[in-house]
Write a protein that binds this ligand. Structure first.
Ligand SMILES: Nc1nc2c(ncn2[C@@H]2O[C@H](COP(=O)(O)OP(=O)(O)OP(=O)(O)O)[C@@H](O)[C@H]2O)c(=O)[nH]1
Ligand SMILES: [Zn+2]
Length: 302
């Protein structure tokens, strides 16, 4: 039996990376589909599997290892019938630029909640620092302090600053990561700077998979020169809020965990209720205004 990683799926064939040069095209015996018929795709890109080899050089998937985490297309984490986009992520990187386009703290905070819910470690990247003037630099430092104090990893980058690219490189080495962020913040540029062959790899894989069916809806993992993979999938942009009850939302804000214990009502949403520990902590300056603001915005959208 050979252990490998599913890096792409074409619906009926799975491309398994076993660490050897050649990717093994593999099939899933029908019994798995019967067993897990509630799930649209019993195997997700990112899964670790055990293979037995067939005489023609193809593989048969004999065992699927337990997933350490996964993200789904719809906001239905943990429900049957969901489509898993990618599994076993080591990091989800949210990319924002200091300007062009303007940095949105709400985007970062929403993303962090989703990461908490999916149990995927986040990395916050603030890019285009070369465009920042003194005000922008001070703002980035403020954000760095804020998020580091909350226990999150955050780095500032510019594709024109080699040291910052090195730092990002170190973080991504041997990890399976996803890059998420609005258009124009520099996701592709950053990955290209880290791995100059990236554009070529993305194009090559696309050409290949266009011959297959249903490929556009499936994720794929593209290997990095430095070791590790970047998840490439259109659906990942919709990485939104998972199913969360309003009273649960504050469980995903680390700084609210202690204050919420002092709320009078156990199902307090920390919005309008009297004797609210979270509102009190905010008034005392223990919760950042931007974070409380993001919390209220998210609460409204649930
Ligand atoms: N000054 C500056 N420009 C950058 C930096 N990173 C990216 N850019 C520029 O920003 C523009 C958008 O970069 P992309 O890499 O295409 O952004 P993206 O996030 O991949 O955008 P989508 O593909 O639309 O999601 C390009 O013109 C880049 O050259 C940076 O660190 N500094
Ligand atoms: Zn409260």
């Amino acid at each position: 039996m050979i252990k490998g990683r599913v890096i792409q799926s074409t619906g009926s064939w799975y491309h398994v990376d076993t660490g050897e040069e050649k990717i093994i095209e593999s099939r899933l015996p029908g019994r798995f589909r019967l067993k897990e018929q509630q799930v649209t795709n019993p195997i997700a890109v990112g899964d670790w599997v055990d293979l037995s080899m067939n005489e023609d050089g193809t593989g048969s998937i004999e065992h699927i290892h337990e997933r350490k985490n996964y993200i789904t297309r719809q906001a239905t984490h943990g429900k049957r019938g969901e489509q898993i986009l990618v599994s076993n992520l080591d990091a989800a990187c949210v990319v924002q630029s200091i300007k062009k386009p303007k940095l949105k703290e709400g985007f970062i905070d929403r993303f962090l909640v989703t990461c908490e819910a999916y149990e995927v470690p986040p990395l916050i990247i603030i890019n285009k620092m070369d465009l920042a003037k003194s005000g922008g630099i001070a703002f980035a430092e403020e954000l760095t302090d804020l998020y580091q104090d909350l226990g999150y990893s955050i780095i500032t980058t510019s594709i024109h600053d080699e040291a910052s690219v090195e730092e990002l490189k170190e973080f991504l080495t041997d990890k399976t990561s996803a890059f998420i962020g609005p258009s124009g913040v520099g996701k592709t540029s950053l990955i290209n700077t880290i791995d100059p062959a990236w554009d070529f790899k993305v194009a090559a894989v696309s050409d290949y998979s266009n011959k297959g069916k249903h490929t556009t809806t499936f994720a794929r993992l593209i290997p990095l020169e430095i070791g590790g993979y970047i998840a490439d999938t259109p659906g990942i942009r919709e990485f939104g809020l998972v199913d969360i009850e309003p009273w649960e939302l504050s469980l995903y804000f680390p700084e609210m965990l202690e204050p919420r214990q002092h709320c009078k009502f156990h199902n307090c949403t920390h919005h309008h209720e009297p004797k609210c520990g979270v509102a009190e902590a905010f008034e005392n300056g223990e919760i950042a205004a931007s974070r409380y603001h993001s919390y209220l915005n998210m609460l409204e959208s649930l």
